[in-house]
Design a protein around this ligand. Structure first.
Ligand code: SF4
Length: 211
């Protein structure tokens, strides 16, 4: 389920409609619609993924997770990691605690304020600190290898900010339909560069790999 709206405007984001809330009314679901969907489909589903945009912004998220659990579904939350207070509050209640988290780390925490907005560096560090207390198999870190945002220095600094045992997935950047049109002109890293960044990441976090 995609939750509409996002507090960030990552220049390489391709999910314009969800980020800007530009979704036709007939495609929007209420909690009652979600419950009806679960009632009909829960026997053939294994899990529920809350994604976005940024799902933690939605006041409907806790109840949606709770409902999914009530129907016996495993739950996963995708988050950009900049709303640690809201994330922690989900974990304070067994009913809303996601079974699995995927947390995006978009660049070095040191560059968040200048690239993504003032104050976000501190927020991503608070989220990464919170993750260190979790079982490493209950979450993953994800980084898109966007030229100008992630290179050797950023990989080193991210690697030094996350748990050494974390599962860290690195992904190729697609220069298509980016929120900032200038990013459509960036040339994605070639295979050799992707591999060299993955090898560097592994020196800090052995379970880092390209996805
Ligand atoms: S990439 Fe994710 S966090 Fe960034 S603007 Fe898009 S939806 Fe928001």
């Amino acid at each position: 389920m995609f939750f509409v709206g996002c507090n960030l405007r990552c220049p390489y984001c391709y999910n314009h409609a969800v980020v800007h809330g530009d979704i036709p009314q007939e495609e929007l679901l209420s909690l009652a619609d979600l419950e009806a969907f679960f009632q009909k489909r829960h026997k053939v589903l294994s899990g529920f993924v809350a994604s976005g945009g940024e799902a933690l912004l939605s006041p409907l998220l806790p109840r949606a997770l709770e409902m999914a659990k009530d129907f016996g579904l495993a739950t996963k939350l995708d988050t950009n990691g900049t709303l640690p207070e809201k994330l922690i509050s989900l974990f304070e209640n067994d009913e809303t605690r996601p079974d699995y988290l995927a947390v995006d780390v978009k660049t070095s925490p040191k560059r968040y304020d200048s690239l993504l907005g003032q104050g976000y560096g501190e927020k991503i560090l608070a989220t990464l600190d919170f993750l260190k207390a979790l079982d490493v198999d209950s979450y993953e870190i994800r980084t898109v290898l966007v030229p100008t945002m992630v290179d050797s220095r950023e990989i080193t600094e991210i690697g030094e900010s996350v748990s050494k045992d974390a599962n860290w997935f690195l992904a190729q950047f697609r220069a298509e339909n980016c929120l900032n049109p200038q990013f459509n002109d960036l040339i994605p890293y070639d295979e050799a560069k992707l591999q060299s960044l993955a090898d560097l990441a592994k020196t800090k976090v052995p379970n880092a790999r390209l996805r």
